[in-house]
Write a protein that binds this ligand. Structure first.
Ligand code: 3PG
Ligand code: MG
Length: 401
């Protein structure tokens, strides 16, 4: 597999149509975590320094093919300008006359930002006509959106076939970091998968148990696995209809020799609220009117022992309701322990996913992880060994590329 990088392209005076993922968390119009914006800096600056004109294509949220101002990229401009250190000119559409006018008037040193690609229904359908309209706006296509590379959309896949295409710096960095940490991982390999729903990570869990030696299941997903064993989880978040699937995953893990680690004790509360009164009980003793909001101290010890045995750790998803204190306790403790083992050279640790990165940042653990990916879904699909359409579209036959 080979793909071109910015080094292989002539950028001077060229309009570089650059697909980025700046799908960042925003609250009350303000960016609350700029990680994804910070990580595209190298690419944008490289293009500017070599006399190119960066024209950014990006999606934001899931507006489902309609022009919904709630999902406009415009509010990100102040953060983009501050982080990129360059003026950003906004176009109210990602194709057509509005985009053309902004691109035509773009001055050296400026960055163009085109409105949300998902305002067009053709984006998610990978519509050839939409991709062709996008292609009119650039001379070169650069894909720097690894975290959206699992989507075969017009701006991530179709467009790559219409212009001379290359991978951006972040795309390169993500692929090489994942390959070097996880391509031929040192065993035992431990995966920690948490988060709310089994249904969203079903394929992943099924595939993962065949690839890793230990799997810690945390968060709301753990409740589904507990319930599947006949345990009453009270009012906990739980997908009861997924019980058969959860049992299948457990069987598959057994057959593959993968140890599944579920919480043995849990922290329960009567309300989902920061500081809610809580107690620690055995995992099979959740009161009928309570809900499980975190893994308990015994479970944390078990997870830490697994981290201690592991040589490689893959982490996606928190162990509890980490966004409200004190239910971030188990996630923090496990994250800190993994950070310590990594800093001591005992563990290769890779984490990915929006919630995971913000949980690790909150725990002060991200610095010591071996690698933090900007990707959630794409990271998981890469781990499963799936072909990412956005990456595949960049591939050339040229052995030297
Ligand atoms: C993400 O936030 O995971 C990426 O930007 C992809 O977004 P999507 O899951 O809406 O395709
Ligand atoms: Mg997502």
């Amino acid at each position: 597999m080979a793909w071109k990088t910015l080094d292989d392209m002539d950028l001077d005076g060229k309009r570089v149509l650059t697909r980025v993922d700046i799908n960042v968390p925003v609250e009350d119009g303000r960016v609350t975590d700029a990680t994804r914006i910070e990580r595209i800096c190298a690419t944008v600056q490289d293009i500017l320094n070599r006399g190119g004109k960066p024209v950014l294509l990006a999606h934001f949220g899931r507006p489902k093919g309609t022009h919904n101002p709630e999902f406009s990229l415009q509010p990100l401009i102040p953060t983009l300008e501050a982080v990129l250190g360059a003026p950003v000119v906004f176009a109210a559409d990602c194709v057509g006359p509005a985009a053309q006018a902004v691109v035509d008037a773009l001055q050296p040193g400026q960055v163009a930002l085109l409105e949300n690609t998902r305002f067009h229904a053709g984006e998610e359908k990978n519509d050839a006509g939409l991709a062709a309209q996008m292609a009119e706006l650039g001379d070169v296509y650069c894909n720097d959106a690894f975290s959206a590379a699992h989507r075969a959309h017009a701006s991530t896949e179709g467009l790559a076939h219409l212009l001379p295409a290359c991978a951006g710096r972040l795309m390169q960095a993500e692929l090489s970091a994942l390959e070097s940490a996880l391509g031929a991982p040192e065993r035992p390999v431990l995966a920690v998968v948490g988060g709310a729903k089994v249904s969203t990570k079903l394929d992943l869990l099924g595939n993962l148990v065949e690839k890793v030696d230990m799997l810690v299941i945390g968060g709301g997903m753990a409740n589904t696995f507990l319930a599947a064993q006949g345990i009453d989880v009270g009012k906990s978040l739980c997908e009861h209809d997924m019980a058969p699937t959860a049992r299948e995953i457990v069987d598959k893990a057994k057959a593959a020799g993968c140890e599944i680690i579920l919480p043995g004790d849990v922290v329960v509360a009567r309300e989902f609220k920061a500081g809610a009164a809580n107690e620690t009980v055995a995992a099979d003793a959740c009161p009928a009117d309570a809900m499980i909001l975190d893994a308990g101290p015994e479970s944390v010890k078990t997870v830490q022992a697994a981290i201690e045995r592991a040589k490689t750790l893959i982490w996606n998803g928190p162990l509890g309701a980490f966004e409200i204190e004190p239910f971030d306790t188990a996630t923090n403790a496990a994250a800190k322990y993994a950070a310590k083992r990594s800093a001591g050279g005992k563990l290769v640790s890779v984490a990915g996913g929006g919630d995971t990165v913000s949980a690790l940042n909150k725990a002060g653990a991200s610095e010591d992880f071996t690698y933090i990916s900007t990707a959630g879904g794409a990271f998981l699909e890469w781990m499963e060994g799936k072909v990412l359409p956005g990456v595949a579209a960049l591939e050339t036959d040229d052995e030297d590329a």
